[in-house]
Design a protein around this ligand. Structure first.
Ligand code: M6R
Length: 614
């Protein structure tokens, strides 16, 4: 949440900063701002409520020249979205400007102390307290800016990625992080700073990921220096990025979300590449093989995640229990970390996260590690915090997912979990060779089957017109389709703002059936699997109460077609692979309903792609 960009080099900073903010807008988009040290060494801050485009409009008449600057796009935590609460924040004397991603938990105590020393505050943010504290320390201790930042951060409780620049000092950016991500890009004659690598990649592929409690001293024409808060110099590894620029563009699609839905045949092929051999006889996940004994002897698997990743985790539970016969529990990271969970040293914890930065999941990982459990990450963003803080893991390899609603990451998470279950199951001999080979061969067909489903896009778009003005939706599924029902409902509510509930179909009778009338669309996943007959009964029960049924059914189905109001056909597959197919039409349905409602599909209100605050 919140995106940070910084630049120091030979070019004008403003265009680099604005472009960077556009790339990071998915992280928060309620206000934005820039601070630039101009050629006269003056420090100018410009900020505006709204999107980055609003900031650009505001800056049109302003003096934005200068070759050093920092910029921020905000997702409000403390204080409503407004011009005043937008970052950067000036210090009292307007000699420092600071941007921040995270939460200063003890800001109230610090603010009180600063007020006693004559400091006043313009905004309601925790961030302004930090910049005032840095100035107070700098002035009262007569130290340089870097030392002032170090001393201030020693007093801070909470999470932060920050960058500070100073009036009269056009050659220095100080940046620091703890629990919020920060990447430094190293160019030929410039440095870049950002919350993730996407604003950096078009200038350089050489980056340094700062570690917790590290401070980057970024000086014009001098090598990058990284020190600890306690001022011990740290070595830093320069990483070469694999990302390419076209992955960050819409590529002719009206929205990133639609592009990402359509990318799924390719992303799933990428995800299985190198993991399933060409003969379709073996699955190798190096993270599993390297830690084989741990998986073979696991007492239990705990899956921790949030949102869509948690839904993928539920699919993982079914897969791992079915094929590996290991008991699995799936928990919301936020619940897990704040109760007193039992964690055994021979537990395996699987942490799932697209961004690799979700604060609750990171904290839950720490808890599991402290208890001695082995932690395995399933993440998408390479080099993000979760892969760096887990013992081992597998990347999903779907490339940057920019639409706030997760689509291609979800199917790849489900695929990685499937491959894990097969890999462990074969090692444990809890899956027969015949079944193993059959599943591998069918996994290989999944991308082609998704291509077929995507051909229904136009008819799903037409269907979406019927439901644009619905106020509520219910999604029902059983077994492997139950997490898909919840995921379908989440997709609809987050981008269209229509209330939607995902439920296990059999639970309908225990309450939600009371909601059903002729205005209630019910999306039913009724593919040809073990629960098919039961789903037919559920559809009958909905129809008996005049509910309107949109069914996801298989191509050759006749029974569902005879009773449902609308049917979206998908190809048949193995039951455990069904989520990889049945999810696709639900993504498209949500997308088109949201577009019909003229919602901001890629940046829905109140949300951010990367939830780096708890
Ligand atoms: O990056 P993560 O996978 O850890 O994010 C978890 C959730 O915040 C995320 O899945 C969220 O629910 C999405 N907006 C869903 O589309």
């Amino acid at each position: 949440m919140c995106g940070i960009v910084g630049y120091i080099g030979t070019n004008e900073a403003y265009p680099v900063l604005i472009k960077g903010l556009h790339r990071l807008e998915y992280r928060g988009y309620d206000s934005a701002g820039v601070a630039i040290v101009g050629p006269d060494a003056g420090l100018n801050v410009f900020k505006a409520k709204g999107r980055v485009a609003d900031l650009e409009a505001f800056c049109k008449s302003k003096n934005i020249s200068g070759t050093i600057g920092i910029a921020h796009t905000r997702w409000a935590t403390h204080g409503e979205p407004s011009n005043i609460n937008a970052h950067p924040h000036y210090s009292q004397s307007e000699t420092l400007a600071l941007i921040h991603n995270g939460i200063i938990e003890n800001y109230a105590v610090l603010k009180k102390e600063l007020a006693l020393n004559g400091y006043t505050f313009q905004s309601s943010t925790d961030t302004e307290v930090l910049v005032q504290l840095i100035e107070y320390i700098k002035v009262s201790n007569k130290v340089d800016i870097c030392t002032a930042v170090q001393l201030a951060l020693e007093q801070v409780v909470g999470a932060y990625a920050i960058a500070v620049i100073e009036k009269g000092n056009p050659d220095l950016i100080i940046a620091a992080r703890k629990s919020s991500p920060l990447v430094v890009g190293i160019g030929d004659d410039a440095f870049f700073l950002a919350s993730d690598a996407t604003p950096i990649i078009e200038y350089t592929n050489q980056v340094v990921y700062l570690e917790d409690e590290e401070i980057a001293i970024i000086r014009r024409n001098k090598p990058l220096k990284v020190v600890s808060i306690g001022n011990v110099e740290k070595t830093h590894e320069i990483i070469r990025l694999e990302m390419n620029l076209s992955q960050l563009e819409k590529g002719g699609y009206p929205h990133f979300m639609l592009k990402e839905i359509f990318e799924q045949p390719r992303t799933l092929r990428d995800c299985m590449r190198g993991r399933i051999n060409v003969e379709l006889t073996n699955v190798v996940l190096s993270g599993i093989i390297d830690n084989k004994e741990k998986f073979l002897n696991a007492r239990r698997i705990l899956i921790l995640a949030c949102g869509t990743s948690w839904h993928a985790g539920l699919i993982g539970e079914y897969l791992l229990e079915e094929f590996c016969r290991i008991p699995v529990e799936v928990e919301y990271s936020s619940e897990f970390r704040y109760r007193n969970p039992i964690i055994y040293p021979d537990d395996i914890v699987i942490a799932i996260s697209q961004s690799g930065e979700t604060a609750d999941t990171l904290a839950a990982i720490e808890l599991a590690k402290e208890a001695g459990a082995f932690v395995y990450g399933i993440c998408n963003v390479v080099g993000s915090s979760i892969p760096r803080n887990t013992h081992s893991g597998s990347y999903t390899h779907v490339g940057p997912e920019i639409g706030v609603a997760s689509t291609k990451a979800f199917t790849a998470q489900a695929l990685v979990l499937t491959l894990m279950a097969l890999c462990i199951g074969r090692e444990k001999k809890t899956i027969s060779e015949e079944r193993f080979l059959k599943l591998l061969s069918e996994i290989n067909n999944i991308p082609d089957k998704i291509e077929l489903i995507l051909q229904s896009n136009d008819s799903i778009k037409t269907l979406s017109n019927i439901f644009t003005y619905a106020h509520n939706f219910i999604y029902l599924g059983r077994g492997y389709s139950y997490p898909v029902a919840m995921e379908g409902a989440l997709k609809l509510k987050e981008i269209s703002y229509i209330h939607a509930e995902g439920y296990p179909a059999a639970e309908m009778k225990h309450g939600p059936i009371a909601l059903i009338d002729n205005e209630m669309p019910v999306v039913v996943i009724a593919t040809n699997n073990g629960a098919y007959d039961k789903m037919i009964s559920n559809i009958q029960e909905i129809k008996a109460r005049n509910g309107r049924v949109v069914a996801i059914a298989n191509k050759d189905d006749t029974m569902v077609k005879a009773i449902a109001d609308y049917v979206i056909e998908i190809p048949e597959t193995e039951e455990c692979l069904d989520p990889l197919l049945s999810t696709i039409p639900l993504q498209l349905l949500s997308y088109h309903i949201a577009v019909n409602k003229q919602r901001d599909v890629d940046m829905p209100r109140n949300l951010a792609k990367s939830v780096t605050v708890e």
